[in-house]
Design a protein around this ligand. Structure first.
Ligand SMILES: Cc1ncc(COP(=O)(O)O)c(C=O)c1O
Length: 406
């Protein structure tokens, strides 16, 4: 695995000599005088000062490394931020209460009335809802563009376009965007490119190294990896994250709790190991699914049938842990398969060590209009499997009996 690109700051050593596996375990360890091996949790709402003068200085200083009040400064949350920034090869990170809070913090922290936002069609359902239903209320003009049509992105740029937002691969149809090409388009127009890296994580894809300006995460997914906590993060340049977004967080307060930050820190420790196994299991499952009857289509970025197979090989270190497939017979048939699984969990979450199965059209993407779902390719027969770390033959056995009817 190649070495991550790391920026140094005043408080963190240069991690660039380490590979992702080492960064995941060793970056941002701030040991207290107790000598603990695992990181301490700091469950405190506020911090005390030596005197009034120090209190005044910390309150007015705006230094992200000062402990003031846990809405915007907490050592456990900071450790998670530093470790994730190091993994993504970014300068700075701000942790949020959820993935949606990360997207909100980025959009409202950066955009203003009169700005134009270009976002991909087929983004996660709640992201599309936030962008198309709520941002226009604040005078932000939002336009949706087909993710994989680079010419359409170029044509849609306007003088007031401030941000391009994509997810790659998308949830759940696994369309892939050319990050380097879109970053060129964004920068030619003085805009920034934001990439939701939820499906790949920095282990399989580093958008910043490909030219993106900002990475968004739902930490709820693979970063946690065991389905325990909801959280999110934005990683990017210090001048954006540690000033505009930090100040936005201080005022709007969609912050991550220290307990959750500690769980995510533990999750990051095994992320490289888990992502490799998720991807290996998913590739095996996708190949096997293609041989089953009653399946109209298998969607996996690692299959040669995937229209952007070559781009995936260029841009990602592995195709990832998600497999979608379309069963013949629409919603009724898809629900029948889901109702028959015995091993997998029927739940909306993904990126868990346990395999999960979801019917996107009636759950995660139910809030989209019929037209938005059609545009995104979320048909009624589509089922999404987040392939877990069980033995892959057990996962296949479970799906085989669910597809065949027992
Ligand atoms: C790609 C993607 N982005 C963002 C989110 C939102 O994250 P959260 O549920 O942590 O708010 C999700 C949730 O499923 C997602 O799949």
């Amino acid at each position: 695995m190649e070495t991550c690109r790391i920026m140094t700051d005043d408080t963190q050593p240069d991690y660039s000599q380490w590979r992702a596996e080492t960064i995941a375990l060793r970056a941002a360890q701030h040991r207290t005088a107790e000598g603990e091996h695992s990181e301490a949790i700091f469950p405190t709402s506020s911090f005390v000062f030596d005197g009034a003068e120090e209190a005044a200085a910390r309150f007015s200083g705006g230094d992200v490394n000062d402990n003031v009040y846990s809405r915007f400064s907490n050592p456990t949350v900071r450790a998670f931020q530093q470790r994730l920034a190091a993994l993504e090869g970014g300068e700075a990170c701000i942790a949020t209460s959820s993935g949606m809070a990360a997207i909100m913090t980025l959009c409202l922290g950066v955009l203003k009335q009169g700005d134009h936002l270009l976002a991909a069609q087929g983004l996660f359902g709640s992201t599309t809802a936030m962008l198309t239903r709520y941002l226009p209320r604040w005078g932000i003009d939002v336009e949706l563009v087909p993710l994989d049509d680079t010419d359409a992105w170029r044509a849609a740029m306007r003088p007031n376009t401030r941000m391009l937002m994509i997810e790659t691969p998308t949830n759940p149809t696994m369309t892939v965007a050319d990050i380097a090409a879109l970053s060129d388009i964004a920068h030619e127009g003085d805009a920034i490119l934001a990439v939701d890296n939820c499906f790949c994580t920095p282990v399989l894809q580093q958008p910043l190294a490909l030219g993106a300006d900002v990475v968004i995460h739902s930490a709820t997914k693979y970063l946690d990896g065991q389905g325990r906590c909801v959280g999110g993060a934005v990683v990017g340049r210090r001048e954006l994250v540690d000033t505009e977004l930090y100040s936005f967080m201080r005022s709007f307060g969609a912050s991550m709790s220290p307990f959750n930050a500690w769980v995510f820190l533990k999750g990051l420790e095994t992320l490289p190991l888990r992502m490799r196994q998720h991807a290996e299991n998913a590739a095996s499952l996708a190949a096997w699914m293609g041989e089953q009857s009653g399946i109209e289509k298998v969607i996996y970025p690692g299959l040669e049938s995937h229209p952007q197979h070559e781009l995936v090989a260029r841009q990602q270190r592995a195709p990832g842990g998600m497999v979608s497939f379309v069963v013949a017979g629409g919603r009724a048939a898809a629900w029948r398969v889901i109702d028959r699984v015995k091993l997998m969990s029927i739940t909306g979450n993904l990126g868990d060590a346990r395999t999960t199965i979801t019917h996107p059209a009636s759950t995660t993407h139910a809030r989209l209009s019929d037209a938005q779902r059609a545009e995104a390719g979320i048909v009624e027969g589509l089922i999404r499997v987040s392939v877990g770390l069980e033995h892959v033959e057990d996962i296949k056995d479970d799906l085989a009996q669910a597809i065949s009817g027992g």
